[in-house]
Design a protein around this ligand. Sequence first.
Ligand code: MRU
Length: 345
Amino acid sequence: MSFFTVRLTSDGVEMLDQRLLPAEKKYLLLKTGEDVARSIEDMVIRGAPAIGVAAAMGIAIELRNTNDAGLPQALDRICQRLQKTRPTAVNLTWALGRMRQSLEDKMATGMSASDLRAEADALAQQIHDEDIENCRAIGDAGAILFPSNARVLTHCNAGALATAGYGTALGVIRSAHRDGKVRGVLASETRPYLQGARLTAWELFEDKIDVKLITDSMGGSLMRRGEIDVVVVGADRIAANGDVANKIGTYSLAVLARTHEIPFYVAAPISTLDLLTPNGDQIPIEERSTEEVVVIAGTRIAPVGVEALHPAFDVTPAELVTAIVTERGVARAPYTDSLARLAGV
Ligand code: MRU
């Protein structure tokens, strides 16, 4: 792969600035936990698993900057700050919880401050490395489900850029492509932030996987014309009953896929499962700035004074999901049982 999404170095957290893609490949070096929090809010890094990995690294660098006596308070403060950055991506809560629990347990044993900082670095790195491994396992498990010669539709960006590497939905596409099963990929542009046009099209093009861009409104007609065999998307949060929160527009594609009897797969790591949330109605949906809707690349496209809406995610009911592909295997309905089993509950 010709890029990395995020990495922890002795100098800080290095991050590819996704706002500039595909025009420019520029890495930022972040030195504090607050820098990492802002980078998540400002979409320098995005995609639920990548947000979780970045947050874990944000804790690690914050502890490097803190004196020995202040470590417990700094841990609490930076966890609270990072938690507020993006509300729908549950991988964020998961990564913060894992870091916090482990570090507080170590503090309780009386571990020295320098060892504690080293532990934070090591765990953040482990969360990063496991995410890549999980994506590869998701990719291989999902590829088996694809028909041969598949024409695939994906929405938003659930690729290497949205994870520590390889991707979830794009991981499935990459593995299926490796196995010779992919004829071509349609990437929907994903208004308003254009993750499909800017990021998914870029990743697949770089990987020499046949990709064509479509606008968000073209999916239904292409399904009706028999030009799509399978849909695969990622997830920001999956409730206990299998309802899936993902990028706005996912729900419409799931309804269309059902009407046209096309399999609709969701690919996500176990860290995207939120079994404490019973169903999708309880998932918090991030509302983003309406500026992102009315302004494209610096140009206002709607009359001044016209307001816009911007829910960044939607919920696809479990009954529209053919299967959920995780690193531990494939869950099918009834999801309340199958997801709990995969999660080991
Ligand atoms: O707003 P974004 O770009 O963070 O939204 C990303 C998505 O909706 C992805 O599909 C999801 O996070 C899964 S990424 C593997």
